[in-house]
Design a protein around this ligand. Sequence first.
Ligand SMILES: Cc1cc2nc3c(=O)[nH]c(=O)nc-3n(C[C@H](O)[C@H](O)[C@H](O)COP(=O)(O)O)c2cc1C
Length: 212
Amino acid sequence: MTTLLHINVSPRGAESTSRRAGLRVRTHLAAHASLDGGELTVIERDLAADPLPPIGAAFTHANMVVAARRTDADPAALALSETLIAELQAADLVLITTPIHNFTVPAALKTWIDLVVRPERTFAGTPQGKQPLLRDRPVLALVSCGGRFDDRPGSQQDFFTPYLKYVLGTIGLARVEVIRLEGMVRPEAVTHAFEHVEAWCGSALPALLAAA
Ligand SMILES: Cc1cc2nc3c(=O)[nH]c(=O)nc-3n(C[C@H](O)[C@H](O)[C@H](O)COP(=O)(O)O)c2cc1C
């Protein structure tokens, strides 16, 4: 049995290109799992249908108490964070389907990150810097963008990919594959991007599953 954590971010429901691309990957994942005689168990974390609250004073305080290696953190203040971390720990692989918002992760995904990346819980503070505390498992991010990332005028810089890889690497997820779906305001680009996702599922998905 393979357990997938699927983090869906777009607020655009069925219109969302990242959600639609994610469904295609899910179909391939389920087919591969059944070919292997197993099944795909999916943990759904939909950050648009079920938004996470922005981090507040109680969480911030409890987080710092834990960071100071004290044991008197308020469990209620960390309950949501613990749920999200448990979902991650239960997963063999992670699928993140998301738009880019203002050159990087949407606020909803950043809130998930803030609740999961915690000192002395998912990373340890050491004199050598932050050391990951979670087991590695592969992450696939399907990232939908209105614009382009190339050398032509009007292109933009990608802050999403290096940031996501850096922050997930901090907690131990070192294998982050990012597929950008670019120019999603143009129908022909959507067709091309979906063809690319299909081709990637045929060529690279088996290796990702084998590594899970
Ligand atoms: C608030 C906001 C900010 C955006 N910022 C960017 C951006 O910086 N770069 C980009 O390429 N597209 C940007 N877009 C466009 C979306 O990334 C694009 O429409 C994407 O395909 C939406 O994905 P979805 O259909 O899965 O929601 C932005 C859209 C919104 C609503």
